[in-house]
Design a protein around this ligand. Structure first.
Ligand code: SER
Length: 645
């Protein structure tokens, strides 16, 4: 018998592919007396607080809280999840907005011993991952919350590794920072604090509202040995380092506590297991290739795109990844009954589709994108998800229709552009109207104007960005509350990044000059992002100077207060900082960050808040402010991403 080549295995011969991993997982847990349950709809059915199902536990929350499940106490599933807020991250080798979370569930049935052993055996004996490439973490305990160190999990792991002839050394890291300082230390089992090894929808114990369930977790990481640690993250690598060498592939949450109104914890009526594992990630681990798009559920879509565009994946990494991810998301949304519209889920779906179509346009695909790609996506999922097979024609039709509408809109936009331009110069506001009403991308407007010989006003970009920012704020409101493993509201990390943004804004002006004006800001739990006017790339010296300045102000422990002033007075007399394009009412709130012994504030900026109280809070846990990226955002606008690490 010759070697068989399976097209779904991205060139790997006879290795288990993603579809087979999913099947093997369900079967494995079925053999452990679990009932296989179907995935829940991507649109939460009884939970108006979130737009999309973002994790496996979300649809099962009532049962984790104690309600009996009709199928018993042991369940297994693969839950399709959508994290729409990650849309802008798509384009690198591992971010997707849609993914499948493998889940097995014990509602007061088995606990740590079975969970850890079963998952380890599944990985090493069914998927046949090399145990030497697996590393695990466990909870170090939290005195304040009165929760003990999870010795039991660590001991179970030790035993299992020993069976595979691996002497698993235990390392107490505690904080992430410590991980960056001390590194792996030949360890295999690592204890981290609640920031890393505690799971609740609201994050760490102190952030949890009363009535919220949570518990310690133990996580499994796969090592991509070919990835060299990148010191921009910290001196040394450790399992939770973001450089990409270690990838989390599974998380066993021991959901056993409930937060009380007085801040203490009590036991849930039953101790549960909530396991979540990324199917696509496990498949990438099996490929021993950190590019997620090479797995068998995504690669055939890439290949179809290559054929359609005549370009290669390597040439067009970002565009192809965006198109593949967004169309796959749209296929599942259509299957789950969402249609593109201007509201809620429909609005997000429309955004996904239009973004994909625009990128396809850039690849030279001017028609027939969905007609070609959607059937390929359907074919990859229809066997396991019969609801896709059952609605195949309808799904294709919904997407093809939206593509037609958008392409017509694009054409109308061209006509409109001609009309406007015939009356004089095309302004930034015109270009924005074309974008907003016709979905006509600004680059296309400018290009078309050029081709037609029309004039474009010089400051069009600024004006366009200003309108765009307002628009973005509006759409953020639309997706607010979307579940990302956390509850809405301002967390402590958010506040810190917000304060760091103010310090950085002033530092940029001090280092580069007063032409630096804020053009946009975005903060997540992981980083801050800041757009500002500056005509050229910053030098590494300038970046260092800004970092030093921010760290210096953090160390000076500036006090943060706010006051209100009439807008005119604030801007003209007090020279407070604002952001380009922001409109203010008659009175503005101004945040002041000032050292005790200094007469003038270091930063004095119009802002709604909230912020931390003192800048020293930013260096808690030995953290420093670090710029991790400086790049062009659009013409004359630079973009910085920075972290506290
Ligand atoms: N609830 C955990 C998570 O979402 C495990 O399923 O990661």
């Amino acid at each position: 018998m010759g070697l068989l080549f399976n097209p779904y295995k991205s060139g790997t011969i006879l290795a288990m592919n993603a579809q087979e991993i999913r099947k093997a997982y369900l079967e494995y847990f079925k053999s452990k007396k679990h009932v296989i349950i179907p995935r829940a709809n991507l649109v939460p059915q009884n939970d108006p607080t979130t737009l999309f199902t973002g994790s496996g536990m979300q649809p099962l929350l009532p049962y984790l809280l104690g309600e009996p499940h009709p199928d018993g106490t042991r369940l297994v599933d693969s839950q399709t999840c959508l994290r729409a807020e990650d849309i802008e991250e798509v384009g690198d080798n591992r971010h997707t907005t849609f993914f499948e979370m493998l889940g097995n569930w014990s509602f007061g049935d088995y606990f740590k011993q079975e969970q850890i052993e079963w998952f380890f055996r599944f990985l090493t004996e069914e998927v046949k991952l090399d145990p030497a490439k697996l590393f695990v973490t466990a909870f170090i305990g939290d005195k304040e919350a009165g929760i003990e160190k999870d010795n039991e999990s660590a001991e179970l792991w030790e035993k299992l590794f020993k069976e595979k002839k691996i002497d698993a050394k235990v390392v107490n890291l505690g904080s992430e920072q410590n991980g960056y300082e001390k590194g792996m230390q030949n360890g295999r089992i690592f204890y981290y604090d609640a920031k890393k090894n505690w799971w609740s929808r609201a994050g760490i114990p102190s952030n949890m509202p009363a009535g919220e369930p949570g518990g310690p977790d133990t996580e499994i990481f796969y090592e991509f040995e070919h990835i060299e640690h990148d010191t921009k993250w910290g001196d040394h690598c450790h399992p939770n380092c973001d450089c990409g060498r270690y990838m989390e592939i599974g998380n066993c949450v021991f959901m056993q506590y409930l937060k009380n109104a007085d801040g203490t914890f009590s036991n849930l009526p039953k101790a549960n297991v909530d396991f979540g594992g990324g199917l696509e990630r496990i498949a990438a681990a099996k490929n021993n290739n950190d590019d997620m798009f090479k797995i068998s559920l995504l690669w055939p879509i890439v290949q179809e795109l290559e054929a359609l565009s005549g370009k290669t994946y390597e040439q067009e990494l970002t565009a192809m990844r965006v198109i593949v991810d967004h169309l796959r998301t749209a296929v599942f949304l259509a299957t789950d009954g969402v249609v593109p519209s201007n509201k809620t889920q429909g609005y997000v779906m429309r955004r996904f589709m239009r973004r994909a179509i625009r990128y396809a346009f850039g690849l030279g695909i001017e028609q027939g994108l969905c007609e070609k790609i959607v059937p390929t996506i359907v074919s990859l999922y229809e066997k396991e998800y019969p609801e896709i097979a059952a609605q195949k024609e309808a799904v294709v039709a919904v997407l093809v229709k939206e593509e037609k509408i958008f392409r017509q809109t694009l054409r109308k936009g061209v006509n409109e552009l001609r009309k406007i331009a015939a009356q004089g110069k095309l302004s930034g506001a015109d270009i924005f109207t074309l974008y907003d009403t016709y979905g006509f991308p600004s680059e296309l407007s400018v290009e078309e104007a050029f081709v037609q010989g029309f004039d474009v006003s010089e400051g069009w970009k600024k004006q366009f960005d200003e309108r765009m920012d307002e628009q973005r704020k509006r759409s953020q409101t639309a997706t607010k509350g979307t579940f990302k493993g956390g509850l809405g509201g301002q967390t402590e990390t958010h506040k810190k990044y917000h304060t760091a943004t103010h310090l950085m804004y002033q530092s940029l002006r001090n280092v580069l000059g007063d032409h630096v004006i804020q053009h946009g800001s975005n903060i997540t739990e992981e980083r801050l992002r800041f757009d500002f006017s500056h005509p050229e790339k910053m030098t590494s010296e300038q970046i260092k100077e800004v970092e030093d300045s921010v760290n210096n102000q953090i160390d000076k422990d500036l006090k943060i207060t706010w006051e209100e002033h009439p807008t005119k007075h604030a801007i003209e007399d007090l020279h407070v900082l604002g952001a380009f394009g922001d409109r203010y009412g008659d009175i503005v709130k101004v945040y002041r960050m000032q050292a005790k012994d200094e007469k003038k504030p270091f930063s004095f900026e119009i802002c709604g808040g909230p912020h931390v109280n003192q800048t020293k809070e930013l260096s808690e846990g030995g953290k420093r402010f670090k710029i991790i990226k400086e790049e062009s955002s659009s013409s004359g606008i630079r973009r910085i991403k920075a972290i506290l690490i």
